[in-house]
Design a protein around this ligand. Structure first.
Ligand code: CS2
Length: 471
């Protein structure tokens, strides 16, 4: 038996059900990039907000690439469960917030129609760092073939192509602006999305860029919940517990946080009633999250893999790694953050370590290791730069950076990164001795984000030489 509208009544009584009339509630949000993270985070807040305060805010999910999530959820009428895992017994709830999933490459027109629908008042995004198509300098990568194709009038494939067509229609039909809410791990994600999108629009239709600037809003937001990729074993054990199959199930930790700038163009769900923090300025929270949580995560990933671990909880409990992570959190990342009132970075670091230790989560290091070239600028390089200006080094981050350099050589693990080929070519050309300078020297690949001084390059070179032995 498979979970669906017709079978949901047969779920065990301890599976918490949506607290609103799902079938009678209309959509108000289109989400671009519907993966496990969205289903375990924003969809849950939206489900709670509709239960607490009502509103037609169900979600049309869009998958920009694969049909996997649609095939998981369509036979289930959009229903799926979220299971929290910790040392305590797992807790499962049913989510009704997702109304439909559209696979963009199959039905591009349906995506544009949904985005342009006057009923759509918010567009949320989790398209990962690489989905923004930024250059090393942070501008729009107009040379990327996906972007170049759209700018030349080709069919939409990226967020920009779809949004441009939809905004054009909204303007023509006087359908009003929308809020474009980035939920990706980028610094100042809202402002960044705004700058990149306006740049894209400006190139073909400056009137549309102006209309968008006038009618849409781009709040920044900090999202946080650790969501490991679902495995077959997870699904099997869930079936055993709930007595039916849920192919769209997601598994996550109890912790969840969402901090959002309260600037909405056309209303919003009562997310604050579901526990979201509505603030005027998200920066202190976002910087702490990126440099501390994500910074430590990436360090655990590359150093952990190098030391033969598979999971986050193993790496963080390794006595050879743990002190580096503590140092990164408390002595390297935390001092670079201008804390907001009431924000306690020491307590935050302690909570992070406890979350990483969660033995029930089974969060794979290789999942975090993905797309490092897109992640390390905001996770590590900004911290390095901050300290460099004051003449200080960051030994823990430099160890992590060396582990990343070794990782992208691809000798031990497959490198899943949009720059994998470029990084492999640099390794080929420069070898163990020259790779650190080729990446972080004055003429290095990352020079726009961070240039290491000679001593730092030397230290990186020594770590790379020493740590790659046996690899
Ligand atoms: C992780 C994040 O995979 C990664 O890069 O660092 O997905 C992390 O789990 C989330 O940002 C937690 O909110």
């Amino acid at each position: 038996m498979r979970l669906s509208r017709d079978t949901q009544e047969q779920l065990p009584a301890d599976v918490v059900r949506p607290g609103y009339d799902v079938a009678a509630t209309r959509t108000g949000i289109v989400h671009l990039g519907i993966g496990a993270f969205h289903r375990a985070h924003q969809a849950v807040y939206t489900d709670d907000a509709m239960a607490m305060a009502g509103g037609d805010w169900r979600i049309i999910g869009v998958s920009l690439r694969s049909d996997t999530v649609r095939d998981q959820l369509a036979p289930q009428d959009g229903l799926y469960t979220v299971t929290q895992r910790s040392a305590d017994a797992p807790q499962t709830r049913l989510i009704g917030a997702i109304a439909q999933v559209i696979v963009a490459p199959e039905e591009p027109e349906a995506v544009i129609t949904a985005l342009a629908d006057p009923q759509t008042r918010i567009v949320t995004l989790t398209v990962t760092e690489k989905g923004y198509y930024q250059t090393a300098e942070g501008g729009l990568d107009i040379d990327h073939q996906a972007i170049a194709g759209e700018l030349a009038g080709g069919k939409p494939v990226t967020i920009y192509g779809f949004l441009a067509r939809a905004l054009q229609r909204r303007r023509a039909a006087d359908a009003g602006g929308v809020t474009l809410l980035s939920c990706d791990n980028l610094s100042e994600n809202g402002q960044r999305l705004r700058a990149l999108l306006l740049d894209f629009l400006e190139r073909n239709d400056s009137g549309l860029a102006q209309w968008t600037a006038d009618h849409c809003s781009f709040p920044s937001s900090m999202v946080d919940r650790i969501v490991p990729a679902t495995t077959d074993a997870d699904l099997e054990s869930l079936t055993g517990r709930i007595g039916m199959q849920d192919k769209g199930a997601v598994f996550t930790e109890p912790f969840t946080q969402w901090v959002i700038e309260d600037r909405f163009a056309a209303g919003r769900p009562a997310w604050e009633q579901a526990g979201a923090q509505m603030v005027a300025d998200v920066r202190p929270f976002e910087t702490a999250k990126l440099r501390m949580l994500n910074g430590a995560h990436s360090a655990l990933a590359y150093i952990g893999l190098l030391n033969g671990h598979d999971y986050v909880h193993q790496a963080v409990n390794d006595p050879a790694i743990r002190p580096l992570i503590e140092r990164l959190l408390l002595e390297e990342a935390a001092p670079t953050i201008d804390a907001a009132e009431g924000q306690d970075l020491e307590a935050y670091a302690a909570d992070l370590l406890a979350r990483f230790e969660n033995p029930a989560l089974n969060h794979r290091l290789i999942q975090i290791a993905m797309d490092g070239s897109q992640k390390i600028p905001q996770r590590w390089l900004e911290t390095l730069r901050h300290h460099q200006v004051e003449g200080r080094r960051c030994p823990a981050i430099l160890r992590a950076l060396a582990a990343w350099i070794i990782h992208v050589r691809g000798a031990r693990h497959q490198v899943d990164d949009p720059m994998a080929d470029q990084l492999a070519a640099l390794w080929q050309r420069h070898g163990t001795d020259g790779i650190a300078a080729a990446l972080f020297g004055e003429e290095g690949l990352f020079a726009q984000r961070f240039i290491a001084d000679d001593d730092t390059i030397d230290l990186l070179r020594q770590h790379v030489a020493k740590d790659s032995q046996g690899g």
